[in-house]
Design a protein around this ligand. Structure first.
Ligand SMILES: Nc1ncnc2c1ncn2[C@@H]1O[C@H](COP(=O)(O)OP(=O)(O)OP(=O)(O)O)[C@@H](O)[C@H]1O
Length: 229
């Protein structure tokens, strides 16, 4: 995966999308293999050093919804602040930028429990952005959102990758949206995995293999799935 790129990990239920993402972020022990970051095995990174390289947006609910959006976003600066958590001008500027990029200015003083699912997801992404790491990993960031908000979140992720030159990797069931918006995709399949630009995967007929064709087929011309009646 490259700098400034949005990469989607897609595949059927149980294909191992979340497991792979959480393994990349060292949130859970690896089942096999090794993960290298900047030429160094992630096993050799301590939590603080890894938090300066990778930020995570996971599906677990946040510890306390009693904090404001601004306080939640400020948590992203934790790996850099001193033991009393004093924010420097640089920290405050990164928090402000993240709030601005996720269009949270009018919500920043609201408590997290007052937010809709989509607003809370944006706040979580702002926290990851404030952490200012080269890599942002997100597990199913569009779950529970309506079509418009799913598209909005993915477009925000794309612009974060493009404008801040970060590598943004997310897992999703939104294969059609990922085809339209991702720079690269990893398609996890029970038999073979495919990685490349969406157009390359379409050429390889990788999406046709995903579901039984008598139920759901893939139309390469439109890049969309069709229900067989
Ligand atoms: N490489 C692997 N080898 C063996 N088991 C695996 C591997 N990857 C994932 N699993 C197991 O498969 C199960 C499903 O994995 P996971 O939840 O990551 O799938 P998913 O694609 O995110 O599913 P969903 O789309 O339903 O959220 C888990 O029990 C996990 O431990």
């Amino acid at each position: 995966m490259g700098q400034g790129e949005l990469m989607g990990i897609v595949g059927i239920n149980g294909a191992g999308k979340s497991t792979l993402l959480r393994t990349l972020g060292k949130v859970q022990p690896k089942l096999s293999g090794e993960v290298f970051l900047n030429g160094k095995n992630i096993e050799n990174y301590n939590a603080m050093a890894l938090a300066a390289e990778i930020s995570l947006v996971l599906t677990e609910p946040i510890a306390s919804k009693n904090m404001t959006v601004e306080e939640l976003v400020a948590l992203g600066r934790q790996p850099y602040t001193n033991w009393i958590g004093t924010l420097t001008e640089d920290d405050k500027s990164k928090i402000k930028t993240a709030i601005w990029m996720l269009e949270l200015e009018t919500l920043q003083h609201k408590k997290c429990y007052e937010l809709s699912d989509g607003q809370l997801q944006r706040a979580m992404i702002a926290r990851a952005l404030a952490q200012d790491t080269d890599i942002i990993l997100l597990d199913e960031p569009t779950t529970h959102l309506d079509l418009y908000h799913k598209v909005k979140i993915l477009k925000v992720l794309k612009s974060i990758a493009f404008e801040t030159k970060k590598t943004v990797v997310f897992t999703s069931h939104e294969i059609e949206m990922a085809i339209q918006l991702c720079d690269t995709m990893l398609l996890l399949d029970t038999t073979a995995h495919a990685f490349g630009q969406p157009c390359e995967l379409i050429e390889q007929q990788a999406f046709e293999r995903l579901f039984p064709a008598d139920t759901v087929s893939f139309d390469a011309k439109t890049g969309s799935f069709r229900i067989e009646k």
